[in-house]
Design a protein around this ligand. Structure first.
Ligand SMILES: C[S@@+](CC[C@H](N)C(=O)[O-])C[C@H]1O[C@@H](n2cnc3c(N)ncnc32)[C@H](O)[C@@H]1O
Length: 196
């Protein structure tokens, strides 16, 4: 009898915790219109290879979700990683992961549109098509330093010429990632975005 009561108590606790978690997850999605869906893990290493991360570079994940992308990048390549996350549920998981993995990744509970991106060397995002990418496109052009690299999984940045498209699953032409360079140092003679 006693054991049954203890079991029911913990079951109730688990149900309550899960309800809170999903409530905050839904709230986050309501605020941003973007759900917390982690990038397919099978693409992660290929993304790192494309990024050619160097030690001490600053890597930003805009909408970092559980932060596992940033933690892994920091551990493998010695980058300084920063994640912006607005959803409280995702934020909780991200901070828990950082703590468990003894990571130096900084998780910032802020709308990334309010963030200062001028220090970023590499930006990663996996968001949603439409307005949000349009707005980000403008912010990137205005704030990113010359030569900063942007990797946008699945969705392109509008009005950004000279995009480079790669397939993370080359065999099946799947897993599109769009790559951009501030000032486009590498990929064209277009100087419209060059900042002096
Ligand atoms: C599709 S998930 C991607 C998570 C992670 N980047 C990954 O690839 O695994 C998008 C995340 O962006 C967050 N997000 C959306 N808009 C945001 C904003 N304006 N500021 C901060 N976070 C935002 C959402 O809460 C969600 O967790």
């Amino acid at each position: 009898m006693f054991l049954t009561i203890i079991f029911l108590f913990f079951l109730l606790l688990a149900i309550l915790a899960l309800s809170f978690f999903y409530f905050f997850l839904a709230l986050g999605m309501f605020r941003t219109g973007i759900p917390f869906i982690a990038r397919p893990i099978k693409y992660q290493q290929k993304i790192f290879e494309l990024m050619q991360l160097k030690k001490e570079e600053k890597l930003f994940d805009l909408g970092c979700g559980d932060a596992t992308f940033l933690i892994e990048a920091e551990k493998k390549y010695g980058v300084k990683s920063f994640g912006y996350e607005i959803s409280l549920a995702a934020l909780f998981v991200a901070r828990l992961n950082v703590w468990f993995k003894k990571s130096k990744t900084k998780i910032i509970n802020q709308d990334f549109f309010q963030a200062d991106l001028s220090q970023a060397d590499v930006i990663f995002c996996y968001l949603f098509p439409g307005k949000i990418m349009e707005k980000l496109s403008v912010k990137f052009k205005k704030e990113l330093k010359f030569g900063a690299r942007i990797y946008s999984l699945a969705f392109s940045l509008p009005n950004w010429p000279n995009e480079e498209i790669k397939y993370l699953d080359e065999k099946n032409n799947k897993g599109k990632i769009f790559i951009y360079y501030q000032g486009d140092t590498k990929h064209s003679n277009d100087t419209r975005m060059t900042r002096k």
